[in-house]
Design a protein around this ligand. Structure first.
Ligand code: ADP
Length: 196
């Protein structure tokens, strides 16, 4: 079974905008896949269609063999959107607690999980600071930590290095390479050097 399966997917936003035209994609276990293309190529639409946030006009989009949105497999998927959707007035810890509760993690699991994901993205020392004081790179890493809550087997990241300075970019790439060891990762990017 492919973990992500798109079959002949077409998506039009309006008469003049066909974002996806007969797309086939099959992502299997153990793979690290990059969707590479310029802005407007249709990468976000592809991700949103597989996640059930946009509806395909034709074709089939399956994640873990199911049609999304499906509440039961939401916990198996970590999704990081193109722009950070964080509560700036809250601390990193409070953001993680909020999104962890949305994912249905128990209070007990949440404490352990937050400590773990914060360590993975190297934010442990900054968890009690308000997110409004975070740098761009710290915000991206917090978004990544949120996506990692619950240890999802599938991680889908839309332009994870957008807006980062070169140093932060390298750091995030290394982090992803490390994570690819035990989960499937799909990354959309227009930055070819990220892939290299
Ligand atoms: P990428 O992620 O590769 O930058 P997108 O999937 O965002 O590409 O966009 C693909 C095409 O669909 C573009 O032409 C874009 O303008 C168009 N598009 C994306 N979202 C919408 C929308 N909500 N309504 C209308 N057109 C859209």
């Amino acid at each position: 079974m492919a973990l992500i399966e798109l079959k002949d997917v077409t998506k039009k936003y309006d008469k003049s905008t066909t974002a996806l035209r007969h797309i086939d994609l099959s992502v299997n276990s153990g793979e690290f896949v990059y969707l590479v293309g310029p802005s407007g190529a249709g990468k976000s639409t592809m991700i949103k269609t597989m996640l059930g946030m946009e509806k395909a006009d034709s074709g089939i989009a399956l994640v873990l063999d199911r049609t999304m949105p499906n509440r039961h497999i939401l916990g198996d998927i970590g999704y990081m959107a193109q722009s950070d959707a964080l509560y700036e007035a809250l601390s990193g810890q409070e953001n993680l607690e909020f999104f962890g509760q949305l994912k249905g993690l128990s209070k007990k699991d949440l404490t352990t999980e937050i400590a773990h994901v914060a360590q993975v993205v190297d934010l442990t020392d900054h968890l009690n600071k308000a997110v409004s004081g975070y740098s761009g790179g710290m915000k991206r890493r917090l978004s990544l930590a949120i996506a990692l809550l619950g240890n999802p087997q599938l991680l889908i990241l839309d332009e994870p290095t957008a807006g980062l300075d070169p140093k932060e970019r390298v750091r995030l790439r290394e982090l992803l390479a490390d994570m690819a060891k035990d989960r499937i990762i799909l990354v959309a990017t227009h930055v070819v050097s990220d892939v290299e």
